[in-house]
Design a protein around this ligand. Structure first.
Ligand SMILES: Cc1cc2nc3c(=O)[nH]c(=O)nc-3n(C[C@H](O)[C@H](O)[C@H](O)COP(=O)(O)OP(=O)(O)OC[C@H]3O[C@@H](n4cnc5c(N)ncnc54)[C@H](O)[C@@H]3O)c2cc1C
Length: 324
């Protein structure tokens, strides 16, 4: 059997989990086996309602008051028990922060491999070949799974599969899995879920977006970028590290964990072009990059490449355009 584990995002199925369902459907066909969708813990019932619209053999609901809120130890124990009982050939999740947090624990508990952060899978006869990016997305590596492996946990990066390709249908069966958890199994407590603040930034409807990446170094350089976007008439976007460093707010984040955008012109400044960023902006009509590294992955999808130092180029364009 194939087991797809859904992640709850404010009572809805996380978008990465929908892609995992597409993956699960593909794996179930490939191995001529059943597809089972697991709704675990928090909001399991609402996830089940949403998942009931998808083609699968069964939906498994596993609830317990000790995992009403996500904790890595509670979820690891629960999923580990389910894998022990069901013995799926593959357990599949989207590669989210939650997956990265608790799947390694499941892997250790069950002594089965966790092959994470995958961008694709290829079935060549008996061989299963997974791909993932390494060295800051500069190389792609292939991982061939040993045929003796009976069970493995997989997590796929966003856009490895498309949620648009989910086969619609309905589960043949709904199963309740009785979790047995003790207080001592859940020693971690979660803080309240992070809530975004409302903002007046509207990246999704902007025609011209200039996005800054880690190359911007620190917040003291943001006024230089603000002068630039005001001069050229663009909206300012941000890559993930720039948000994580507190340099720009999350409302400006472009990527799989932020906004998806498709402006007429997208200018990526000091930004490498990792897959989680590119999936959300590759629909832009024209893409331009400014980067000191001529091998930066952003140049693979860019229409125009400017190889150079943003701290020289950006003020120079601002000056030229202000004078014209
Ligand atoms: C689950 C998950 C979700 C994620 N979601 C997102 C997301 O939504 N959005 C996102 O962006 N990332 C996301 N990431 C992170 C992503 O994997 C990359 O780490 C991130 O996109 C890299 O950001 P960056 O390009 O700014 O930094 P880096 O990869 O460090 O690139 C910096 C670039 O700046 C260039 N540079 C440095 N100095 C200069 C200079 N002076 N002039 C010109 N160029 C310069 C460098 O050559 C380099 O190419 C996610 C990761 C995970 C695991």
């Amino acid at each position: 059997m194939i087991l797809v584990v859904l992640e709850n995002q404010r009572g809805k199925i996380h978008s990465f989990s929908k892609e995992a369902i597409t993956a699960g459907q593909k794996f179930a066909k490939q191995f001529n086996t059943t597809l089972n969708i697991l709704c675990l813990g928090e909001n399991a019932d609402s996830l089940k309602e949403e998942a009931s619209a998808f083609s699968c053999d069964s939906i498994i609901i596993a609830k317990h008051n000790l995992i009403d809120t996500y904790t890595s130890d509670g979820f690891a124990k629960s999923l580990s028990d389910i894998i022990f009982d069901k013995k799926p050939k593959f357990t599949i999740m989207g590669h989210t922060y939650m997956a990265r947090d608790f799947l390694p624990r499941v892997s250790v508990k069950q002594d089965i491999p966790f092959i994470g952060d995958l961008t694709s899978v290829d079935f060549k006869g008996e061989k299963i070949i997974f791909s993932k990016q390494v060295f800051n997305a500069k190389f792609l590596t292939n991982i061939e799974m040993d045929s003796s492996v009976e069970s493995a946990i997989l997590s796929f990066q966003s856009a490895a599969f498309s949620s648009g390709n989910i086969e619609i249908g309905s589960p043949k069966e709904i199963e309740i899995f009785d979790l047995v958890l003790k207080d001592s199994d859940v020693r971690i407590t979660s803080e309240e879920a992070f809530k975004e603040t409302s903002s007046d930034v509207d990246l999704s409807s902007a025609n011209f977006i200039v996005t800054v990446g880690r190359g911007i170094e620190n917040e003291e350089n943001i006024p230089m970028m603000e002068r630039f976007v005001n001069t050229v008439g663009a909206e300012l976007g941000s890559s993930r590290p720039v948000v994580d460093m507190g340099i720009l707010p999350k409302s400006r984040l472009v990527g799989s964990s932020g906004h998806t955008v498709s402006p007429d012109l997208y200018l990526a400044v000091g930004l490498s072009g990792a897959i989680q960023h590119v999936v959300a902006m590759k629909g832009s009509k024209k893409i331009m990059g400014i980067n000191t590294d001529r091998d930066a992955p952003i140049f693979e999808i860019a229409d125009y490449a400017v190889i150079g130092d943003l701290f020289e180029i950006i003020p120079e364009i601002t000056k030229k355009m202000s004078n014209s």
